[in-house]
Design a protein around this ligand. Structure first.
Ligand SMILES: C[S@@+](CC[C@H](N)C(=O)[O-])C[C@H]1O[C@@H](n2cnc3c(N)ncnc32)[C@H](O)[C@@H]1O
Length: 290
């Protein structure tokens, strides 16, 4: 009942022009409610049945996340919206204002900083001519500095053929694109005896349960050349948009602390460094085979 009243109030505030106050209020309410398991199911249910939901869907970023046109959450087109802060032209003024809040959340900034960090370590490895394997590459946005150059030393794997088509168009004939589930690709690479100096993945492990996460570590280790590095990034629990993402965007992730990542690394015998990024939304793990 209190949830209903709260969402009524948010709609009233939006209608009376106080959208810039209503959005942080909504994010705060959902953040607070997310931690209470039974209570969260109730709050989420109340939001999903409330007229506020159709107002929030005027933001095309939220609408794409909810409707999942590729059949899964977090496709590369959506991630591009976060990177570029760019909306389609046909958006309502209200939808645009809602977007302007979500796109500046700590989690959105975390995704942008994740790409920036990857750009740096991939560029170093690329310039040294290292063999690089990027798992779940999406549009390979961290590789943009090498667009137009020969990227034959980089293998790019993603399950989504539409995303790989974008990569081929941007990066040209030297782009080694593999349309595959990362686990199938790794299985094949292990069987072929392939080795890489850098294996990394961004935005994948947030969807892998612990069993799959363990398997990923094992398989990545099997394709690392001596001294090679395996790097990944995973959203942490408790970032401020956690309830907003779950209820408003219908975007559920598997959250992990740096300590959790350290445990996965240790279980496979990696020497690992784990840390929290500056936004406090994303944990990193950088591993070297011991
Ligand atoms: C959140 S996006 C991240 C894209 C890119 N790494 C980035 O950071 O911009 C997740 C990507 O993972 C891909 N993906 C998810 N699960 C996968 C799997 N099991 N095998 C291959 N690709 C997968 C999706 O197709 C999507 O392109």
């Amino acid at each position: 009942m209190h949830d209903q009243r709260f969402f009524d109030q948010v709609v009233w505030m939006i209608d009376s022009g106080a959208i810039d106050t209503a959005m942080p209020m909504l994010a705060g309410k959902l953040y607070g409610a997310y931690g209470h398991h039974e209570g969260w199911a109730r709050t989420r249910h109340a939001y999903l049945g409330h007229p506020l939901r159709s107002i929030m869907m005027e933001d095309p970023y939220i609408a794409r996340c909810v409707t999942k046109p590729r059949g899964y959450a977090g496709d590369a087109e959506l991630i591009d919206v976060i990177y570029d802060r760019k909306l389609p032209d046909e958006v309502t003024p209200r939808g645009k204002r809602i977007f302007e809040h979500g796109i500046e959340f700590q989690a959105s900034e975390g995704v942008r900083q994740r790409r920036n960090a990857a750009e740096q370590f991939v560029e170093v490895a690329y310039k040294q001519g290292k063999r690089i394997l990027c798992l779940a590459c999406g549009h390979f946005r961290e590789g943009m500095p090498f667009a137009g150059q020969d990227i034959g030393n980089i293998q790019l794997v993603d399950q989504d053929p539409l995303s790989l088509e974008v990569v081929r168009q941007r990066f040209g004939a030297s782009a080694n694109c593999h349309e595959a589930n990362v686990f199938n690709y790794l299985r094949g690479a292990i069987a072929r005896g392939e080795k890489f100096d850098l294996v990394y993945t961004l935005g994948l492990t947030d969807y892998l349960d612990d069993r799959a996460m363990g398997l990923l570590h094992r398989m990545a280790k099997a394709v690392l050349a001596p001294g090679g590095e395996f790097i990944l990034a995973n959203f942490v629990p408790g970032h401020l948009a956690i309830g907003w993402m779950d209820a408003v965007m219908e975007w559920q992730l598997i959250y992990r602390e740096p300590e959790d990542l350290a445990r996965f690394a240790a279980a496979e015998g990696f020497n690992a460094k784990t840390w929290l990024d500056q936004t406090g939304a994303i944990a990193w793990s950088k591993m070297v085979a011991a």
